[in-house]
Design a protein around this ligand. Structure first.
Ligand code: ITT
Length: 196
């Protein structure tokens, strides 16, 4: 069993990633498992920069092999916003309800609803150079909230080809097509090819 730390303070992400990696021989440790209770800074203006920053924070201070995920929702009619600033769209803090409300307000009367979720995962192992994995899912912004599952912007994001939002899907269905699901599968393939 390969053990690796997922450098996230988001319990929903941790649950999703553990579900995706179940049965792969990769055991995901949480920050709590390694006694890390830090408020890890995210000050980059790119997803990759933030993912690297979070993974480096843990590797340098705690010594564990680890990966981190940074995710943004890019809305075409808003010029790609909130993008890398998705967590703080409605101001400092991580208030998803306020973020979603502001998004719906800024999109009211807008007919171009096209959007995508983008995830970058940064992996740090041993003394090796970082490796990054990307995952994208195209979709559209709903006109109102639908569903109770998932987290963050899930109640207003309808993936391409579906007639429901991520928040109306099971975790399994979301993971099978989501940005994070795609990036984590690439991570698992990469880790699975290593002989250590
Ligand atoms: P960590 O940095 O500790 O991993 P976070 O919640 O700050 O957790 P991000 O910066 O990557 O993670 O998240 C950016 C925002 O996008 C944040 O508001 C999330 O709620 C939202 N988000 C991330 N992944 C999502 C998903 O799969 N579905 C819906 N919203 C998501």
């Amino acid at each position: 069993m390969k053990q690796i730390v997922f450098a996230t303070n988001n319990a929903h992400k941790l649950k999703e990633v553990r579900e995706i990696l179940e049965g792969t021989g990769i055991e995901v440790l949480s920050l709590g498992d390694i006694n890390c209770h830090d408020d890890i800074p995210e000050t980059s203006d790119t997803l990759q920069g933030n993912a690297l920053q979070k993974a480096c924070w843990v590797k340098e201070r705690y010594g564990y092999d680890c990966f981190a995920d940074d995710t943004g929702l890019e809305v075409d009619a808003l010029g790609g916003a909130p993008g890398v600033y998705s967590a703080r769209y409605a101001g400092p803090g991580h208030d998803s309800a306020a973020n979603v409300a502001l998004l719906l307000e800024n999109m009211s009367g807008e007919d171009n609803r096209k959007a995508r979720f983008r995830t970058v995962i940064a992996l740090l192992r041993g003394d090796l150079a970082p490796v990054c994995f990307n995952g994208v899912v195209e979709g559209e912004i709903a006109r109102e909230l639908h569903g109770e599952n998932g987290f963050g912007y899930d109640p207003v994001f309808r993936p391409e080809g579906a007639d429901v939002t991520f928040a109306e899907m099971t975790d399994e269905d979301k993971n099978s097509i989501s940005h994070r699901g795609r990036a984590v599968k690439l991570l698992a393939e990469y880790l699975g090819q290593l002989n250590d």
